[in-house]
Ligand binder design. Structure first.
Ligand SMILES: [Fe+2]
Ligand SMILES: [Fe+2]
Ligand SMILES: [Fe+2]
Length: 327
């Protein structure tokens, strides 16, 4: 049953955050083994410890709100967090993909806490608001650490890969970018039903137009490099193999979750284009480098626009459910 008041909504969202942290912990345990560099391995290990603390803090708030730990176990597999969990279970196969995935996941967590902060405000729950802010700041800091290591992850990814022909690698990165844009189009189109009207809806619809033009730019570079439509199809399949597929199977069901999901997705794109840009530079393909940089600017702007509307997304979610704020 959907929550019927702000307290229930808060408990439900805390429960989702619990599930997200459980998955984050599993990921952070697995990440150091394929981090690509020792420093990154340490960064993931350090965040595993932070993640344990996040889970503990979330659980404490749940208990304070009358939820027993045994009940929590049952809801971990609950429907609310399904898209997040499917995403978390994916297993990236290069240091670069791992970094991209981790970057996106940290921003998913950030978004989850942005929403929690605002729901706690509306419920007048000062303690929950405070821990949500504290954890949010750590998720942002972790995302920034990942972002500052893309040179190293690209280096490590190319080192391990065959073929060692850079141009062939570049075609693979372009094909992945093409596949990601296809998924972005699907996500934004599907979101139109959920997001309603208003500024956030407008921003997403504008970004859908942009996304189509990104895909066209990527396609033109693929053609210039001799990537056939056949290869594009392969990339679509390979996307499943990277297991980013899970990200897209489940549709978020509220404006707040859609916004969180779309926000995290922008950073999946950011990670992909940060790498594409570097691989293109190494291959001496300045046109692809230019296109990747231009698209990056759009993806970051789209993320910033979503982030400017957390309040709207939360209000729209409470509205749809007929939930009034406590104050
Ligand atoms: Fe966390
Ligand atoms: Fe995190
Ligand atoms: Fe995008």
């Amino acid at each position: 049953m959907p929550p019927s008041d702000i307290q229930e909504q808060l408990v439900k969202h805390l429960t989702d955050m619990h599930a997200i942290e459980v998955q984050a912990e599993a990921q952070m345990k697995a990440a150091p083994k394929m981090a690509g560099t020792e420093e990154l391995a340490r960064i993931y290990e350090q965040h595993e410890r932070e993640t344990e603390e996040h889970k503990r803090l979330v659980d404490e708030r749940l208990e304070a709100l009358g939820q027993s730990p045994s009940k929590l176990k049952d809801v971990v597999a609950g429907a609310g967090a399904v898209p997040f969990i499917l995403f978390a279970k994916s297993q990236p196969d290069t240091p670069g993909k791992l970094a991209t995935h981790a970057l996106s996941y940290e921003h998913m967590e950030q978004a989850g806490y942005e929403i929690l902060i605002r729901e706690a405000e509306r419920a007048g729950d000062e303690e929950t608001r405070e821990i949500a802010r504290r954890i949010r700041d750590q998720e942002i800091a972790m995302a920034e650490r990942i972002e500052s290591h893309f040179d190293e992850t690209v280096e490590a990814s190319l080192r391990d890969q065959s073929p060692d022909d850079l141009e062939e690698q570049l075609v693979k990165y372009l094909a992945d970018a093409h596949a990601i844009e296809s998924q972005a189009i699907g996500l934004l189109q599907g979101g139109e039903k959920i997001i309603g009207e208003g500024e956030l809806a407008k921003a997403m619809s504008d970004h859908l137009d942009e996304t189509r033009s990104h895909q066209a730019s990527v396609e033109s570079r693929l053609e210039a490099l001799g990537g056939s439509p056949n290869k594009l199809k392969d990339a679509g399949l390979r996307l499943g193999a990277l297991n980013w597929g899970g990200f897209f199977k489940a549709q978020p069901d509220t404006p707040a979750k859609l916004a969180a999901f779309a926000y995290a997705f922008e950073f999946l794109e950011v990670g992909a284009y940060e790498q594409l840009r570097r691989v293109a530079a190494r291959a001496g393909d300045s046109e692809t480098e230019r296109i990747a940089s231009a698209i990056l600017t759009d993806e970051r702007a789209a993320a910033a626009t979503i982030a400017a509307h957390w309040d709207d997304a939360v209000d729209a979610t409470l509205d749809t459910r007929g939930i009034a704020a406590t104050r």
